[in-house]
Design a protein. Structure first.
Lengths: 235, 223
């Protein structure tokens, strides 16, 4: 049942992704000022959206885990942090590739870049914490707490970084392409890429989540087996 | 409240009888400042923002050292089990540990400010008084954050290495606000002019003290 949904979602992702690629490279007109590079925008923005959604889900899953104590929420949080990290990395990479020809630099101290990078560092720390401990219930609680605290910190990071930049104005004042989508086909393309990226994320998340669920079940079975052996006395 | 006072008194007494945390924090602050003076050749610059930046780098490094020590002392010989078995609520334990970390950091900060004035050729004047609330807010926020996180990271294989990796990115809002406000304070600006930076720091402190108060029981338990 679960597998069937996942396979259908995989198929939908494939169709949407092919459609998005076609629209990005063949359908949508080239942006007048930035030229061909602007097409990376249709990957960049959906990746950023998915990364943020993913990190939000980590915090929600963390709260549910601390509240209800069911391992399923921790598995969801962990899977979500991992997939969020993938898309956050893609956001930084695509942004950097775009910035080089447009801004002339790979990296600038722009507020949105800095915020995304800080998020990347935070959830990198979360994953390192998860990787360096294997005592499941305990590390699940740690992960939940770190996931919640990181999400609480995000608004403050956004406010402070923005304030920091307005006092020290950015050297390059170009805004990102989001404000200048004159052609309606650009909006349609963006929406299709958003849908494709969201479907891809949901599919990856479900795959990883299913894998973690299996791991939890195996752990439980192994423990029950050990108890059964101990009870019957054979070793 | 009495539980809070008892744990805090215990930690302060341990420190006074040779816990060496404050000394380690002071030494760390001094080393960072010395390294930055050489790296930036800052004594000739006499710039307020370099001095403020150096001070906050020193604060972060010493804060990490302080927070790792605060709970590792309890883990030695399983002293934490005694604390958890005692009729002591996890929030009180959190408050006491944060308060102790804050006091050690504040002492180290005071030393770091003196060294900053000497190394960076600044003046001992009224601007240092205006620095006090900024540094106190920063130390409080870092103690609140690091005490919560160190309870989690101390249990992992990577151990205390993880604490700065988790704590420093989360501290960024207070760091940005703190460096800006400190620069303004050193340059002689009145406190009112740094209102928005101080507000960010207060918000950071309130947020992390509340989060720590509510979440500490989930990380400190030992099962």
């Amino acid at each position: 049942m679960n597998t069937a949904i996942r396979n259908w979602l995989g198929l939908v992702t494939l169709v949407l992704m092919v459609a998005a690629l076609f629209m990005i490279f063949a359908y949508v007109p080239t942006e007048a000022d930035q030229g061909i590079v602007q097409r990376i925008f249709y990957f960049h923005v959906p990746c950023a959206w998915v990364a943020f959604a993913s990190f939000g889900l980590v915090a929600v899953a963390g709260m549910l885990y601390l509240w209800l104590g069911d391992q399923i929420w921790d598995d969801l949080g962990y899977a979500s942090a991992e997939s969020g990290m993938v898309f956050c990395t893609l956001t930084l990479v695509t942004g950097s590739l775009w910035a080089r020809p447009i801004w002339g630099v790979w990296w600038s101290g722009d507020s949105r870049l800095t915020t995304t990078f800080i998020l990347w560092l935070m959830y990198g720390g979360y994953l390192m914490l998860r990787a360096s401990a294997d005592d499941t219930p305990r590390v699940a609680r740690f992960g939940a707490v770190v996931g919640i605290v990181a999400a609480l910190d995000v608004p403050l990071v956004i406010v402070s970084v923005r304030l920091w930049r307005t006092i020290h104005p950015a050297v390059i004042v170009t805004r990102q392409g989001g404000h200048g989508l004159q052609d309606p086909s650009m909006i349609v393309t963006l929406l299709v890429s958003m849908a494709a990226m969201t479907a891809l994320w949901a599919w990856l998340l479900m795959l990883r989540f299913a894998q973690l669920r299996t791991r939890t079940r195996l752990d439980t079975l192994a423990m029950q087996l050990a108890f059964a052996h101990a009870a019957t006395g054979d070793r | 409240m009495s539980a809070f006072a008892a744990v805090l008194r215990k930690d302060l007494r341990l420190e006074l009888r040779g816990g060496n945390s404050t000394i380690a924090l002071l030494a760390m602050s001094m080393l960072v400042l010395v390294v930055l003076v050489f790296a930036l050749d800052a004594a000739r610059l006499r710039s307020f923002d370099t001095a403020a930046g150096a001070l906050w780098v020193a604060m972060i490094f010493s804060g990490v050292v302080g927070a790792t020590r605060a709970l590792s002392a309890e883990r030695e010989n399983g002293a934490i089990h005694g604390l958890l078995l005692s009729p002591l609520e996890a929030p009180s334990l959190y408050a006491a540990k944060t308060a102790a970390a804050f006091i050690f950091m504040a002492v180290a900060e005071a030393g770091a400010v003196v060294m900053m004035v000497l190394f960076f050729n600044l003046e001992f004047d009224a601007s240092l008084v205006r620095l006090i609330p900024v540094l106190m807010l920063g130390a409080l926020g870092f103690s609140a954050l690091a005490t919560l996180l160190s309870a989690a990271t101390g249990h992992t294989r990577a151990g205390d290495m993880l604490l700065p990796i988790l704590a420093v990115p989360m501290f960024v809002p207070a760091l940005i606000a703190g460096v800006k406000a400190s620069t303004a304070a050193l340059a002689g600006a009145p406190l009112a002019s740094m209102g928005e930076w101080l507000r960010i720091m207060v918000a950071f402190d309130v947020l992390f003290i509340t989060a720590g108060y509510l979440l500490f029981e989930h990380v400190v338990g030992d099962d």
